[in-house]
Design a protein around this ligand. Structure first.
Ligand SMILES: NC(=O)C1=CN([C@@H]2O[C@H](COP(=O)(O)OP(=O)(O)OC[C@H]3O[C@@H](n4cnc5c(N)ncnc54)[C@H](O)[C@@H]3O)[C@@H](O)[C@H]2O)C=CC1
Ligand SMILES: O=C(O)C1=N[C@H](C(=O)O)C[C@H](O)C1
Length: 269
């Protein structure tokens, strides 16, 4: 029998946490060995299956991340930036692959992952779906083919619970467009227009964030020229696709050398 990597899910009670637990349970390639929640959360100390409203799974939700990670080959983490930084250090200590789906991390926080990546594999992406990562590559190509006569706008829409904007995916798409154009996103990014903004600056990459209802995640990259527009679009209708991508990353990372990777690496795009 082949060895099935043991997986810990952090943020177990969250929208993605619960989806990830179901995805691992449905998989014949991995085993759920732990579920972590923040200290004081009412799921801590309960069986995670029962807490999710189902049958007991024999996995007790804990707030002791290191203890949970030490039994695992991979940690899948869709939580919040500060928590993810803490988990990176602990996953590295446990030599577990750390799959990071958390968005809203600052550049400084992302740089702080580097010490952990010297000891363990980190796979981080603002979007774990095949479709979005393909869209990233397409965006880079289209941006490289068109000049600044085409204005680039990234438009994203998410559910009303989302706390960060622009979305991690929107930033990935903006980075791809900037790379295609041979510029740095930080130099051309236009976020949050309001009031008398003046005319659009040539070469800028604009971002618009829509928040409402239960929208899972929608992203358009608009290339607007004179007399024509090109729109590259991805629409997610089920969080399961992010969870499947994250599990794929956790399995992919098992035989890789320590370092920082993304879903383009995992999917070979
Ligand atoms: N990369 C991707 O493909 C995707 C990324 N995301 C990102 O994943 C993150 C989570 O999203 P949701 O599940 O919708 O949010 P959520 O708010 O439903 O879940 C977050 C969970 O993390 C837990 N948490 C926070 N701090 C913690 C700590 N210190 N220790 C343990 N648990 C902690 C919370 O209690 C909560 O259960 C967001 O940053 C979101 O943008 C979401 C979907 C796809
Ligand atoms: O918070 C979400 O829900 C999502 N977050 C990710 C992002 O910030 O892009 C990915 C997906 O769009 C859902």
């Amino acid at each position: 029998m082949t060895h099935k990597p043991g997986i810990v899910i952090t943020g177990a009670s969250g929208r993605m946490g619960q989806m990830l637990i179901k995805t691992v349970l449905d998989s014949d390639k991995a085993t759920l060995v732990g579920a972590v929640e923040r200290g004081g959360h009412d799921w801590v100390g309960r069986d995670v299956g029962e807490a999710m409203g189902g049958v007991p799974l024999g996995v007790t939700v804990t707030d002791d991340a290191l203890e949970a990670f030490s039994k695992a080959q991979a940690v899948i983490d869709f939580t919040a930036p500060e928590a993810t930084l803490e988990f990176a250090a602990l996953a590295a200590q446990a030599r577990a692959v750390h799959v990071i789906g958390t968005t809203g991390m600052t550049d400084e926080q992302i740089a702080q992952l580097a010490p952990a990546a010297r000891h363990a594999v980190i796979v981080r992406a603002g979007n774990m779906s095949l479709g979005v990562n393909l869209l990233v590559q397409l965006t880079k190509k289209v941006a490289a083919a068109l000049d600044e006569d085409f204005d680039i706008e990234v438009i994203e829409a998410h559910h009303h619970h989302k706390v960060d904007a622009p979305s991690g995916t929107a930033l990935m798409l903006g980075e791809a467009a900037a790379e295609g154009r041979g510029v740095k996103l930080a130099d051309v990014s236009d976020r949050g227009r309001d009031g008398i903004t003046g005319a659009r600056k040539r070469g800028d990459i604009g971002f618009t964030a829509i928040r409402g209802g239960d929208i899972v995640g929608e992203h358009d990259v608009l290339f607007a020229g004179a007399g024509e527009r090109i729109v590259l679009r991805h629409m997610a209708t089920d969080r399961a696709l992010f969870a499947r991508g994250a599990l794929k990353a956790a399995l992919w990372g098992q035989d890789k050398s320590p370092g920082e990777y993304d879903m383009i690496d995992v999917l070979g795009l």
